[in-house]
Design a protein around this ligand. Structure first.
Ligand code: PHE
Length: 342
């Protein structure tokens, strides 16, 4: 084929091929095929040497025209293809605003945390500081310093897991009383909530892990009246203005005198019902005046200072507060249950 024919057919083929091109990849392949260094046009031009001196500039001009024609066609096509591709993308990526959205489920506070936070707030407003102690505790803080020596029968009701004869899972937050009195000088006003452990079978009212809230006040002139006042305030805050608080004699080795704390049954108002087992009162914890022996052991002069302490079971407060009859519900983390609290 004569070189003019070749150039003509390159031009025609290029136009036809471009007409069928619908993507930028294909377009780029065509550009390489026709205009590239090893492309068709280049290979035709390499034959220019065979031409006569008169023909060479003529053919050269035709070749240049073909090149710039194809370049122009490709340029136009490129804009067209870019537009089509953009439209395709927009269609593919468009968002159907009529579809229902994915809502994020917000977590809620656990009922134990709800009640604990309220208790903390109430005591903070009375000038208490929140402190905490370790759950893996020395026998000394959990028992010995609380006036419960190794052979004391009070240990029987608080059997626990021992890591060694001197290290155990704490059975009561009262251990933090000792730590607080070691570290602080009177006046002391601390509240110490936390987990405690006792060997127990799990049932509706028992769990080997539960929470206590310990309170301790040591200052000059502290009496049982301060204890009762504080307990009354917190009961009313949690259960309403009509709630009565009762303290009755009890026994704890580290308090003297000791008391059992109860609140009037808010179901029957104290008349006695199924909920309070006919008693009209519901026990929520233990309390008392810090045993002078305990104070003296910690270097606090019992002739100058006195103090009160109390320990309440958090689970009990929560069960009473929300009228729940099984402690296991508080530990199972069933979201259907947990979603019922706000
Ligand atoms: N720690 C005691 C118990 O677990 C409760 C208590 C605390 C009693 C503080 C008196 C003072 O039974």
């Amino acid at each position: 084929m004569d070189i003019r024919e070749q150039l003509k057919s390159i031009r025609e083929n290029a136009v036809n091929a471009l007409n069928e091109t619908d993507s930028s990849e294909k377009l780029e392949a065509l550009r390489v095929q026709y205009l590239g260094k090893k492309g068709e046009l280049t290979s035709v031009l390499s034959q220019m040497g065979k031409l006569s001196a008169e023909e060479r500039p003529v053919i050269g001009q035709i070749a240049n025209e073909v090149r710039s024609f194809i370049e122009n066609e490709i340029k136009t096509k490129r804009e067209e293809v870019a537009k089509i591709e953009m439209e395709k993308r927009l269609a593919a990526e468009s968002i159907d605003v009529t579809l229902p959205g994915n809502s994020n489920v917000l977590g809620k506070k656990h009922p134990l945390s709800i009640v604990l936070d309220e208790v903390k707030d109430a005591f903070i407003s009375m000038g208490f500081t929140i402190v905490s102690g370790p759950e893996v505790e020395y026998d000394y803080y959990n028992f010995e310093a609380l006036n419960i020596p190794k052979d004391h029968p009070a240990r029987d009701t608080q059997d626990t897991f021992y890591f060694s004869p001197e290290i155990l899972l704490r059975t009561q937050t009262s251990s933090v009383q000792i730590r607080a009195m070691e570290q602080m000088k009177p006046p002391i006003r601390v509240l110490s909530p936390g987990r405690v452990y006792r060997i127990d079978e799990v049932d509706a009212t028992h769990s080997p892990i539960f929470h206590q809230i310990e309170g301790l006040v040591v200052d000059k002139g502290i009496t049982m009246a301060h204890l009762k006042g504080s307990l009354e305030l917190i009961s009313k805050k949690l259960f309403g203005e009509d709630i009565k608080t009762r303290i009755r004699p009890d026994y704890f080795p580290f308090t003297e005198p000791s008391a059992e704390i109860s609140i009037s049954c808010f179901k029957c108002g104290g008349k006695g019902c199924k909920f309070c087992k006919g008693e009209g009162w519901i026990e929520i914890g233990g309390a008392g005046m810090v045993n002078p022996k305990v104070l003296a052991n910690l270097g606090i002069d019992p002739n100058v200072y006195s103090g009160f302490a109390f320990g309440m079971g958090l689970e009990r407060l929560v069960l009473r507060r929300y009228n729940i009859d099984d402690i296991r519900l508080l530990l199972e983390n069933d979201v259907r249950f947990l979603n019922m609290f706000d």
